[in-house]
Design a binder for this molecule. Structure first.
Ligand code: ADP
Ligand code: MG
Length: 328
């Protein structure tokens, strides 16, 4: 299984940021209310995610690291309506095949309980030992790619790798305002985000993740048509220092990079006013889960809408309306 794991690892484990993303998704799936991310040396030395979710019981701990072991799907029918972020049961197995991974978890409310299991590249040590931990899980990934030197060489500078990690964190933090988040790099707090789902709380979080400049030059929008709902913040023409990469689009809570969406947004901006200026936005589209497939690919963030035309037109007209309205 070692080889299979390393091949699969190539798909989900590209760099520290992809590990961070997978581990955060697991923490979200576990129903956590608080998620802490600790990074050292851009993630090459350490990626640690601590959560206060449901935890993993003693019996299930070795299973969590096994390939194709997922607790999230029992049947093929489940696959249709899957609402968890993960469901393939590959991430932990893949990550542990190219790092030194430690899993400490407690599924009980008694903080004196807790269990630990480690896996180091060539295989899992199936021994589960007691390790007290408050209810929830800590996953530590050390020395990523220590046993695949060719891949290790592809890691960029600490600064670059951390920038990617921070971006992965940003996307997740923008998708769940009901969770409190912390990101540290080399023991220094980079983001400390309390939970809160009011419009003001959201604005505060966006300001700390994307800068005051973003929120000061953005306008809040909210539009609905049938089962489609679009809300969020769009950058305005006065925002001259807009950064090209501040484009966040979420479909039913998941970040998406989709051509249809990108096209609708770009066209709306272009038709209203933006002469070559970067559109910047944080937008949330919700629609009936039956008419969208967000699990097309584990890493590509694509979606498939049943009625793409309708979604495109709704996005275009909503944004066009809001932007035209805000024209100075
Ligand atoms: P998947 O998320 O696709 O199920 P993973 O390899 O990411 O696969 O995780 C394997 C299993 O380990 C999960 O199905 C879950 O049961 C358990 N698990 C992993 N991380 C956590 C966590 N932070 N809290 C609780 N359970 C977890
Ligand atoms: Mg997962």
């Amino acid at each position: 299984p070692r080889l299979a794991n390393q091949i699969a690892a190539g798909e989900v484990v590209e760099r520290p940021a992809s590990v961070t993303k997978e581990l955060i998704e697991n923490a979200i799936d576990a129903g956590s209310q608080r998620i802490e991310v600790d990074i050292e040396a851009g993630g090459a030395r350490l990626i640690k995610i601590r959560d206060d979710g449901v935890g993993i019981g003693e019996q299930d701990l070795p299973l969590a690291l096994a390939r194709h072991a997922t607790s999230k799907i029992d049947s093929l029918e489940d696959l249709e309506g899957v609402s968890s972020l993960g469901f393939r049961g590959e991430a932990l197995a893949s990550i542990s095949s190219v790092s030194r991974l430690e899993l400490v978890s407690n599924a009980l409310d008694d903080p004196r309980q807790g269990w630990r299991v480690v896996a180091e590249g060539r295989g899992m040590e199936t021994r589960v030992t007691p390790a007290p931990h408050p209810r929830g899980t800590s996953v530590s990934v050390r020395d990523l790619f220590f046993n695949t030197p060719a891949r290790r060489k592809f890691l960029r500078t600490e600064k670059t790798e951390f920038a990617h990690v921070e971006e992965a964190f940003r996307r997740q933090a923008l998708s769940r305002y009901d969770i409190a988040w912390t990101l540290r790099h080399n023991q220094k707090v980079v983001h400390q985000l309390p939970s809160g789902d009011t419009e003001t709380a959201r604005e505060r979080r966006i300001a700390s993740l994307l800068g005051n400049n973003f929120i000061e030059h953005a306008r809040y929008i909210e539009r609905e048509a049938g089962a489609l709902r679009l809300s969020g913040w769009v950058g305005l023409p006065t925002h001259s220092r807009a950064q090209a990469d501040q484009q966040y689009f979420f479909v039913n809570g998941r970040v998406v990079r989709d051509r249809l969406v990108a096209h609708a947004v770009r066209q709306a901006y272009r038709d209203v006013l933006y002469n070559g200026r970067h559109p910047v936005f944080v937008l949330y589209l919700t629609l009936d889960p039956d008419v969208v497939d967000v699990n097309v690919h584990p890493t590509k963030h694509e979606v498939r809408f049943r009625d793409g035309r309708m979604v495109h037109d709704f996005l275009y007209s909503s944004l066009h309306h809001s932007l035209a309205d805000a024209r100075p």
